[in-house]
Design a protein around this ligand. Structure first.
Ligand SMILES: *Cc1c(COP(=O)(O)O)cnc(C)c1O
Length: 383
């Protein structure tokens, strides 16, 4: 069996180890220390402003965002259905009800019209949603202009799940800078990684100070251990922040590499489409720039001579190449079976037809040749 080609694998640079070593040398192993502060200011600089708290995960960041927006037991939170479960799980942590909203065709993210319809319906029942979680899926910026207009009209704060979108921009403004809170992830499969980690972003210095307080067990200012809030152990360690500092130095290179992987697939499949296939991509709007975290395609069997995404996925699997269906929408997940959903058919259709292709920034020419080899075979069989 040939070596496995992963969908998205960690890609470290040269400087991570130096920041980690500096933590060892200065004995700043725990809990906090200069790498944490440095990582936070590196992120803030990259985002062109905003306050940042480095945390143990993106999921923790979402949880602390909901808590700080006062979301609690019995409240309702609007959430994009087409996403990874980590976007929605923190709604359950605080005892609130998720209300799922379908996507639009262009960016595959939250549909502003369906969002408004959901809010109107809830309001007619006397329910005012406490927050909305909007996702930039696969790094593609959502239609923030339209979504913000709806959020402002009904006075509902936005939590921007930018876990997959560090390096993406919308109207020249970085993703994670639009919402009341922005969420980043540095999990192992993301565009940059600290092996595990996340961050919460806000325009409010107070909110980020509060995030740091809550994430370090909510200890009041006293010589003994005094607590007047429920606390969490959600802070990033100084060791992991050292990896993050090194990764920030190569972030722009990683974005460019992922974008060029996308361009390669795009021009490769152009050949298919010239031979009677109809392979579709997630396209950028004219005002947006995607980090192209993952390259995803849509294969409609009716337009591709019976070829399905599952045929492609299994053939790739046989060649030890990892491909995955797009995220299974939350309204189709057993764990959220009882939740409400405002549907327009888009996410069901994307899930049925969509496939994520190996998109790592460290994809080699040799790996590319193997991938194209499998695809060429399929092309010849189905043409
Ligand atoms: C990865 C991810 C998260 C969670 O981040 P973790 O750091 O893994 O907790 C949240 N939302 C989306 C869309 C993600 O892809």
């Amino acid at each position: 069996m040939q070596e496995k080609i992963w969908l998205s694998s960690p890609h470290l640079g040269r400087e991570e180890i130096e920041f980690v070593n500096s933590a060892f040398d200065s004995n700043w192993i725990a809990p906090l220390g200069p790498n944490v502060n440095g990582f936070e200011s590196d992120i803030s600089e990259y985002l062109d402003g905003g306050e940042v708290a480095a945390l143990s995960s993106g999921t923790a960041a979402l949880h602390l965002a909901l808590i700080q927006l006062g979301v609690s037991h019995g409240d309702h939170v609007l959430c994009q259905s087409f996403t990874f479960a980590a976007s929605a799980n923190p709604i359950a942590y605080v005892g609130a009800h998720p209300v799922f909203v379908d996507s639009e065709r262009d960016t595959w993210n939250m549909d502003p019209d369906t969002l408004e319809e959901a809010i109107e319906t809830l309001r007619s029942e006397g329910i005012h949603p406490k927050a909305m979680i909007v996702v930039h899926l696969y790094g593609m910026p959502a239609k923030m202009h339209e979504i913000q207009a709806v959020a402002n009209k009904y006075d509902i704060p936005i939590i921007e799940d930018a876990a997959e979108a560090l390096g993406s921009t919308y109207e020249n403004r970085p993703c994670a800078r639009f919402g009341e809170f922005g969420v980043l992830s540095f999990n192992g499969n993301k565009i940059i990684t600290t092996s595990g980690g996340g961050a919460l972003v806000s325009q409010s210095k107070d909110a980020i100070e509060q995030t740091r307080f809550l994430s370090t067990q909510a200890r009041d200012d006293a010589p003994h251990y005094e607590h007047s809030h429920i606390g969490y152990n959600y802070r990033m360690s100084n060791i992991l922040a050292g990896i993050g500092r090194g990764q920030m130095k190569v972030l722009q290179l990683r974005v460019e590499a992922r974008r060029s992987v996308f361009e390669k697939y795009k021009s490769y499949f152009q050949d298919w489409n010239n031979s009677g296939f109809h392979i579709e991509f997630q396209e950028e709007l004219s005002n947006s720039y995607s980090n192209r975290w993952l390259t995803c395609i849509l294969i409609d069997p009716e337009k591709n001579n019976g070829l399905t995404r599952e045929i492609v996925r299994l053939r790739m699997q046989n060649a030890n190449i990892e491909c995955r269906p797009l995220w299974k929408p939350m309204h189709l997940q057993p764990v959220f079976a009882g939740a409400r959903m405002f549907e327009n058919g888009t996410s069901d259709d994307l899930f049925a037809k969509g496939l994520c292709l190996p998109s790592g920034s460290n994809l080699t020419d040799e790996q590319w040749t193997r991938i194209v080899g499998v695809l060429d075979e399929l092309k010849n069989e189905f043409v």
